[in-house]
Design a protein around this ligand. Structure first.
Ligand SMILES: Cc1ncc(COP(=O)(O)O)c(C=O)c1O
Length: 380
């Protein structure tokens, strides 16, 4: 079976450039920070239309640092989408905050602003909008809600570096925005990596300080921070890949268009994630909703087509978050597990439905989508 994301194919395509960049770092004696990292930060900021970019050790760290820079305190509430990777809710919880789960739009699969409004209470401090599968969340509406209630907005663009909404680039919608350079991301390195983006100079200074042990001046620690730095080697790899990002995104979008056309032509009840008007996606994932997922997966397996489920559960269904649900009732006699009754926050039916129906198909720029579609044609 071919890989879900063909990273080896990508490495083959850029081998000469990558090896030259990697060798240059290894021979330089400078492995953490230094010119590769600062050049990458400049290039990332420029790519997004001129914004401060600060690299760090992962997308998860970037979210944690963003929450720290915005002053999240224990018991503060943050609204997050119920259907996404765990990191946004996890980072809020890690810092002692409480995630509140908003439902999603059933077609775009993005956080639903109406559900966000319903989750706002006296302890709400902010909203994390996730650019799910590479499409920007509805930030115009989220910003309107945030402004009305005095909240901040974090844009989690872990999957969306290179996406646009209208004339604006992903990574520019939040008070702080973040991305991830996990290897399989549209812009990925060869380990963990991440970055934060902001137009606010004060926040940019805070972010740098938090990511560097709370220190601006060597061995003077004004706050408690963390060690979250991007290696020079990863920065060098990312600089090579960034040069090819636009051409790769074009191929990803063309791959997605071919799938869209194919699924529209079949009678099968398989519907791709809707891309809202005015948005361009990075297609970090090409994800469909399959009415009969089990049967669809059996067919994919039969045809030898790799697939993934992003994500098999809504976040409010995860055992680690059950105790945060607004209607949580600890089980009185039966030990540790709480029982969450089904009300309000647990009634995110679109998030639950998405978790039951989604399937992602290979879409990266080094995938032969024509070959996959031919295989699909033979089994659907
Ligand atoms: C939406 C989202 N946020 C945050 C992250 C965390 O990024 P990282 O794996 O770099 O920590 C991911 C990673 O998959 C993600 O998909």
């Amino acid at each position: 079976m071919k890989p879900f994301v063909n990273l080896a194919g990508q490495r083959d395509a850029y081998r000469e450039e990558l090896e030259k960049a990697e060798r240059s770092v290894l021979d330089s004696g400078c492995y953490i920070g230094g010119p590769e990292v600062s050049e990458l930060e400049r290039e990332l900021g420029e790519f997004c239309g001129g914004i401060s970019a600060i690299t760090c050790a992962s997308g998860t760290d970037a979210l944690t640092i963003a929450l720290m820079a915005l002053g999240l305190k224990p018991e503060d509430e943050v609204i997050v989408p119920d259907f996404t990777f765990i990191a946004p809710a996890e980072c809020v919880t890690f810092l002692g905050g409480i995630p509140r789960f908003a439902d999603i739009d059933p077609e775009t699969l993005q956080i639903d602003p109406e559900s966000v409004k319903a989750r706002i209470g006296p302890k709400t401090r902010g909203i994390i909008g996730v650019d799910l599968f590479g499409q920007c969340a509805p930030f115009t509406e989220l910003r309107r809600i945030a402004d009305k209630h005095g909240l901040w907005v974090i844009e989690d663009a872990a999957q969306a570096f290179g996406a646009t909404a209208g004339t604006q680039h992903a990574c520019t919608f939040g008070d702080i925005s973040i991305t991830s350079f996990y290897p399989s991301k549209p812009l990925g390195c060869y380990g963990d990596g991440g970055a934060l983006f902001t137009q606010n100079n004060e926040l940019a200074t805070k972010i740098r300080q938090i990511a560097n042990h709370g220190s601006r001046e060597r061995y003077l620690h004004e706050t408690v921070g963390m060690n979250s730095r991007l290696d020079a080697l990863q920065a060098a790899v990312l600089r090579v890949k960034l040069r090819h990002l636009e051409e790769e995104l074009k191929v990803r979008r063309e791959n997605a268009r071919k799938y869209d056309e194919f699924f529209a032509s079949t009678g099968a009840k398989i519907v791709p994630q809707k891309i809202a008007r005015g948005n361009t996606s990075t297609y970090a994932q090409y994800t469909v909703l399959a009415d009969d997922r089990e049967a669809f997966i059996k067919k994919l397996d039969k045809a030898g087509i790799p697939h993934c489920i992003h994500y098999p559960q809504a976040l409010h269904e995860q055992p680690c978050f059950i105790k945060f649900l607004s209607d949580y009732v600890p089980a009185p006699l039966y030990g540790t597990r709480g029982i969450a009754r089904t009300i309000s926050e647990n009634e995110n039916r679109h998030a639950e439905r998405a978790a039951e129906l989604v399937v992602s198909l290979p879409v990266c720029a080094f995938t032969d989508v024509d070959f996959i579609i031919n295989k699909l044609r033979s089994v659907l």
